[in-house]
Write a protein that binds this ligand. Structure first.
Ligand SMILES: *Cc1c(COP(=O)(O)O)cnc(C)c1O
Length: 239
């Protein structure tokens, strides 16, 4: 798989760079998060040997042993999947560089408490549902007219000592063509700008926008993504 893996990584990086250039952006602003869920630790090591530094996982049960097995302090691990309340402790102490999927005040409070106990401050993103699809997790944010209703909860999250909100994350609905995801990503960026204008800057000034996967990452980059989460385009279809 070595050769294919390195080709896939080059192709994906090239596509990110082209999408950034088309949008008049610097490709260096965009972090490629390689999503290694279902793939073993050796695959992470192979990708790290080819220069990747950021890895995404969606289940703590799978991620924690993989992180221990790879044991490379130079890597940054991203929790990108839904975190159940009863798993908050495991997630808070696992050593993720960032948790993308904070989707409720309750989860934020639990992560903060367990991170504090472990004397950590956990960087997080707030996952937002900008499509109105009930099956998707996240703060309900599809209607800009009710964004003000999010402010009290987000203010409480910002006051929590054990976590630091650095931005927003979303998953676009499945759309017929990649470009059709753009309006959802645009809405997440507009929500970020809205929050930035009304809330304290915190750490990083709401800089991070995590949006775009294998089927729609160019649309994410076009709309301002600073992180794209890509699995299949790098590692192939999952079993
Ligand atoms: C699996 C997953 C991805 C990557 O999906 P691909 O289609 O393989 O690129 C990105 N984000 C989340 C939250 C995921 O669960």
């Amino acid at each position: 798989m070595g050769r294919t893996l390195s080709e896939n990584i080059s192709k994906v990086k090239g596509r990110i760079a082209e999408a950034a250039q088309r949008a008049g952006r610097d490709p260096a602003e965009i972090t490629l998060v390689a999503v290694t869920k279902t793939h073993p630790a050796e695959v992470v090591r192979a990708a790290a040997a080819l220069g990747l530094t950021d890895f995404g996982e969606n289940r703590i049960e799978e991620a924690a042993p993989k992180m221990l097995s790879v044991a490379d302090p130079a890597l940054c691990w991203h929790m990108i999947g839904h975190v159940q309340s009863r798993k908050a402790r495991d997630v808070a102490i696992a050593g993720f560089g960032i948790v993308h999927s904070v989707d409720s005040l309750k989860l934020a409070e639990r992560l903060s408490r367990f991170a504090e106990e472990a004397r950590r401050v956990q960087p997080v993103l707030l996952e937002c549902n900008v499509s109105g699809d009930d099956a998707k997790a996240g703060f309900a944010a599809h209607n800009p007219a009710s964004w003000d209703k999010l402010l009290p909860e987000i203010e409480k999250i910002l006051a929590l000592p054990g976590i630091r909100a650095q931005g927003l994350m979303t998953m676009a609905p499945i759309v017929p063509a990649p470009g059709a995801a753009r309006p959802y990503f645009a809405r997440l960026r507009e929500l970020r700008d809205y929050l930035r204008a009304r809330l304290p800057p915190g750490e990083g000034d709401w800089r991070v926008l995590s949006m775009g996967m294998t089927d729609d990452f160019e649309a994410g980059v076009a709309e301002g993504a600073t992180m794209v989460r890509i699995g299949r385009a790098i590692f192939g279809e999952r079993a």
